[in-house]
Design a protein around this ligand. Structure first.
Ligand code: ADP
Ligand code: MG
Length: 703
């Protein structure tokens, strides 16, 4: 009936039935035997460790105690009826309590017998108790079967609804045990033999048995390693195989010629020397665009590392080769800033730059559309407006996307269709992400890194002040403003406590207007409750230097460039994530003068907040910060904030399994080198996986 018994729907498993099957699918997303086998425990309890009653403390999660049932009685009436047993060892006594299955307990648990009681200890009225303990007779009986003796008890994620249907961790364990008992020999290997041998990985069958019912810690480690490798291997295989297919399918314009525009810009116009990192990235782009295949490259570089000039030189290269280029920014203000900085850098020479945003007038559009189609415009800067169908290019060769994480797949796909030969794509992001995440999220893009700031930049000095030093903070603001500089003050605005935050913001503004009275000081205020037009107006006043202080909630634009701003104050800094703090700090330090970032927080901090603020004070390195952020938050959170896709890994942990990830990726690279279409007999196992969508990862990006 089913291709393999493991594909049998869970509804057919003994003890499941339609209701529970439906719950399992709804709550855990598992439908077949095989899927339930891939629902792994999230932790284990050492069943070889026994506690004495006088060792218990209420913070312990689950414990096992050997003792004798000394008394056992039914007490209470109706729904309060329960069985309470006094349970003792040589160090003391405790209670075991049952509210359900009373009849069974009456008949099967005997006073005077010795048991192993397992459960969560509670402390109440001077005594410990365990409700609904797991009881095993002591000495333990050997269970035999596929799983041997249980030494590490698996603990599974369950949900309230499942628990109500008796599918708590223990219930799930029983189902998995059943499936393994009946069908373990049908588990098929998924990795080629030579890979298993090279990395000394255990087989799939053994791994599944030991991830659920480990014989010992070592067996568990081997099972985890094997399953992590497999998980990461298949993600890499899919990513890199897609990349290969794409390179076959999509030709790219060939930019073979470094012509007049690039040369003139580089030799005569550019006002500074490029950093080595900038040169390296430009070279990588040069090589990519000569190959005849479409480029898909991600450039990561901290704020201020000089990504714009790299983009400009790439666009000039496109122009030198008879192609147009465009640059997309996520907001109107950013688009305008890019436009101005490109025009500024070009000193009005070499090429025609156009701008198109939501507020371009109908008349401006008509002219622009026509100039694009005739090829008069070489570089177009804009917002989403630029991907509307009406916008047609004569020959679009390169698209630069700034702050990539705000663009959806659909929008990018639209860009591709703008030309017969799809344009090369250069994605720029100022959010450095850890290597392991980049390899996974952007594993099918080529990644360039600008890891060097232009010479002469003074590193931003970061200070952490608690409330008691608020006056000192105001003092520093005044000193900087007296020097003609500008200041940002950022407040958190988090949904759950929006009202409270707004109160803080208002109180903060009141205190500020007292400290910084008009007309000597002018303040811009930008928060989420303002209309876009009002926001833009307030931002513009600050950009134009008409106000000295910008008070903002985190709606503050990611890439806004006000080189004159020298202080970033972050209120309630303990409530921000590390990457976010780093991003905010990047708003200052854009000029040659010393800049400051002041982190205001309450006195008492939890260890994670403390580590975040300490890290900020210690380092300005975005890559280092992203690694620590990953460690503190876990990859899910990070990808969540990046909004660029989600990775749900079952066993692997991108913060901890860097070595395995690298091994898996290397294996795939070697494999595809030798066997690009995955058709050699030694890789026959893998072919079927490529046609399936691998569980656990969904991509929201160019594909
Ligand atoms: P980001 O990477 O944040 O987009 P920008 O491209 O806006 O950075 O560059 C920040 C500032 O540094 C700009 O004013 C730019 O002109 C300047 N800049 C870029 N590269 C260099 C360089 N090699 N030497 C000196 N200044 C540079
Ligand atoms: Mg930028």
């Amino acid at each position: 009936m089913f291709a393999s018994n493991l594909e049998t729907p869970l509804v057919y498993l003994k003890g499941v039935g339609p209701k529970r099957a439906e719950l399992l699918q709804k709550e855990l997303g598992v439908f077949t035997y095989e899927q339930l086998l891939h629902h792994y425990p999230f932790r284990y309890i050492d069943r070889t460790r026994f506690y004495k009653i006088n060792e218990l403390n209420p913070d312990m999660p689950l414990v096992q105690v050997i003792g004798k049932i000394m008394t056992k009685e039914m007490i209470g009436e109706k729904h309060k009826r329960r069985i309470v047993a006094r349970f003792g060892d040589e160090t003391g006594t405790m209670e075991l309590v049952w509210f359900q299955s009373l009849k069974w307990v009456e008949d099967n648990i005997y006073r005077g017998n010795t048991y192993i009681a397992f459960g969560k200890p509670n402390f109440f009225n001077g005594s410990f108790s365990i409700s609904h303990p797991d009881l095993e007779t002591y000495p333990r009986q050997t269970s035999g079967g596929v799983t041997g003796n249980l030494t590490l008890q698996p603990i599974y994620n369950s949900t309230e609804k499942l628990k109500k249907s008796f599918l708590d961790s223990k219930g799930i364990q029983k189902l998995i045990y059943q499936i393994l008992e009946l069908h373990v020999n049908e588990v098929r290997e998924t990795l080629p033999k030579y890979v298993l041998e090279k990395y000394k990985l255990i087989g799939k069958k053994e791994a599944l048995i030991n991830i659920h019912f480990p014989a010992n810690t070592r067996a568990l480690q081997q099972a985890e390693r094997r399953l992590k490798f497999e998980e990461l291997f298949f993600i890499q295989l899919q990513l890199l195989h897609n990349k290969h297919l794409r390179s076959l399918k999509f030709k790219g314009a060939v930019f073979s010629n470094v012509g007049e525009r690039v040369n003139k810009f580089y030799n005569e116009i550019i006002p500074f020397d490029l950093t080595n990192a900038q040169k390296r990235v430009i070279k990588e782009i040069r090589i990519d665009t000569q190959r005849g295949a479409q480029m898909n490259r991600l450039v990561q570089g901290d704020v201020g590392s000089g990504k714009t000039v790299v983009a400009l030189m790439s666009m000039l290269l496109a122009n030198d080769n008879g192609c147009q280029a465009c640059m997309m920014a996520p907001t109107e203000i950013l688009a305008r800033q890019h436009y101005e900085s490109l025009v500024g850098m070009l000193k009005g020479e070499l090429v025609n730059v156009g701008i198109l945003t939501g507020s371009s007038t109908k008349k401006q559009r008509t002219i622009l559309h026509q100039q694009l189609e005739s090829g008069e415009i070489d570089i177009l800067v804009g917002t989403h407006a630029l991907i509307e169908d009406k916008v047609k290019f004569k020959n679009l060769g390169l698209v630069v996307i700034d702050e990539q994480h705000r663009f959806g797949v659909e929008q990018r796909a639209k860009l591709w269709r703008k030309n017969v030969v799809p344009p090369h794509i250069l994605v720029m992001t100022a959010t450095p992400i850890p290597r392991t995440l980049a390899m996974t999220l952007y594993g099918d893009l080529d990644v360039s890194i600008i890891d060097e700031l232009p010479a002469g930049r003074k590193p931003i000095e970061t200070l952490h002040f608690v409330e008691g030093r608020r006056m000192r903070m105001f003092g520093m603001m005044k000193e900087e403003i007296a020097k003609g500089r500008q200041v940002y003050i950022v407040y958190p605005l988090i949904k759950e406590s929006e009202k409270l935050d707004l109160l803080h913001l208002e109180a903060g503004i009141e205190q500020l207007s007292y400290q910084f009275p008009r007309p000597q000081y002018q303040i811009s205020i930008v928060h989420g409750k303002l209309s876009n037009a009002d926001k833009a107006y307030e931002m513009q006043r600050f950009i134009d230097g008409k106000t000295q202080i910008m008070v903002a909630t985190t709606v503050i634009e990611v890439g806004v460039n006000v080189p004159n701003a020298s202080v970033m104050v972050i209120e309630n800094a303990e409530r921000f994530g590390l990457s976010q703090l780093h991003q905010l700090r990047g708003r200052v330090g854009r000029g040659a003068e010393q800049s400051f970032c002041i982190l205001m927080s309450k006195d008492k901090l939890n260890p994670t907040s403390k580590k975040r603020l300490e890290t900020m004070v210690r380092t300005n390195n975005g890559f280092e910060i992203s690694e620590i952020d990953l460690e503190l938050r876990g990859p899910g959170d990070i990808t969540g904030t990046m909004q660029s896709g989600t990775i749900e890994l079952k066993v692997a942990d991108l913060a901890k399994d860097q070595v395995i990830l690298q091994e898996a990726r290397n294996t795939v690279i070697e494999l595809l080198d030798k066997d690009p279409n995955v058709e050699n007999p030694e890789n026959s196992l893998l072919k079927s996986f490529l046609s399936k969508k691998i569980v656990g990862i969904s991509f929201d990006k160019i594909s």
